[in-house]
Design a protein around this ligand. Sequence first.
Ligand SMILES: Cc1cc2nc3c(=O)[nH]c(=O)nc-3n(C[C@H](O)[C@H](O)[C@H](O)COP(=O)(O)O)c2cc1C
Length: 408
Amino acid sequence: MSASASWRAAANWTRSWTTASPPPIRRRSPGRAEAAAIPNPELVKEPVLASTDILFQPFHSKNLDLANRIVMAPMTRSFSPGGVPGANVADYYARRAEGQVGLIITEGTVVNRAGAANDPSVPHFHGEAALEGWARVVEAVHAKGGKIAPQLWHVGAAINPARRDETHAESPSGLFKDGRPWGHEMSVADIDATIAAFAQAAADAKRIGFDAIELHGAHGYLIDQFQWQGTNHRPDVWGTDRSRFAREVVAAVRAAIGPDTPLILRLSQWKQQDYETKLAATPQALADWLNPLAEAGVDIFHCSQRRFWEPEFEGSNLNFAGWAKKQTGKPTITVGSVGLSGEFIAGFGGEASEPTSIDGLVDRLAADEFDLVAVGRALIVDPDWAVKVREGRHDFAPFQREALGTLY
Ligand SMILES: Cc1cc2nc3c(=O)[nH]c(=O)nc-3n(C[C@H](O)[C@H](O)[C@H](O)COP(=O)(O)O)c2cc1C
């Protein structure tokens, strides 16, 4: 299966798991479409924890204070019929707040563009009913002492194969990837309206009490489609300067929320369309990419990797978040297979992951490589994951794809 096909299968996971009879679990190697993965160094250790105190040190930055360093990674769950998050969604996030997660980043929630969502049960971040639903989520999380940011999202030409209608699919060049047309190329008016939609969503997030805002600029979705040459062939300024769209979205959001609301930008080198591609091939190219985004208003970079232990560039052990912190001086969040043996795309394909040690992660945090640690699947299967780490417990749950079928 190609990388894109595997992602498209992955993108359809929730639909599969919300049907009455789930499909059979297929085992596949995540390595088929990419260079051999660096094995998880934590596997050789018992899932016993060294001192994890560092994870429970408070985080202070210019405009964000958190009780500890653990962040819930944004994870699409598609339990919001008609785009409206209900009481079940509020309870789900409140459970993680009660479980001592320092900052919850919600699942991707879409801005007000007809083509922004690729699934009808993905929550909207526009319209009275959806925003009321989100206000109740914020209230529930705050009642448990937690903090929460919405992840604002537009999928662009990233395809959910279950959604065959490409009428509203919009992207820089009407491409899922080179040679794979999908939907239409955005006009300059579309681009302006989309930037305004991100800004409006951010203003609404601030108004209804979110503690921070995250923009989804990763994984080959719309913002990333502008950044990547594989999906941006535009001859105009939006293509000759491929970072421009991301910078303009950041600047518009910053203008909408003012200086005091924390703004997180999630980025990845890898794309769902190509695991091996890199927007920045060198540390200097990374600095040239990220520093203008920081100047436009990003406070924290959320650096998505599928395996946090993989070095970003040859000659150094620093990972993506490590290099982003070094090159920008901004706080960064790392992510990718924390506390689990296998990575998440293979998890969508049915590969189970076992609990692992987090000693190597803790060592990196202690060395100040990054500031915060996002945890995905481990928090789906166990809302009390952080509590268990803190208490030095051993009863961690494995991750199995079946876990995506329920929202608990
Ligand atoms: C069910 C599921 C849904 C996801 N949805 C999103 C999403 O909406 N936005 C996003 O940026 N990443 C998404 N991701 C990626 C996660 O945020 C995270 O980067 C990834 O799962 C790696 O972390 P983990 O190994 O701890 O699970 C999703 C992952 C999973 C498992």
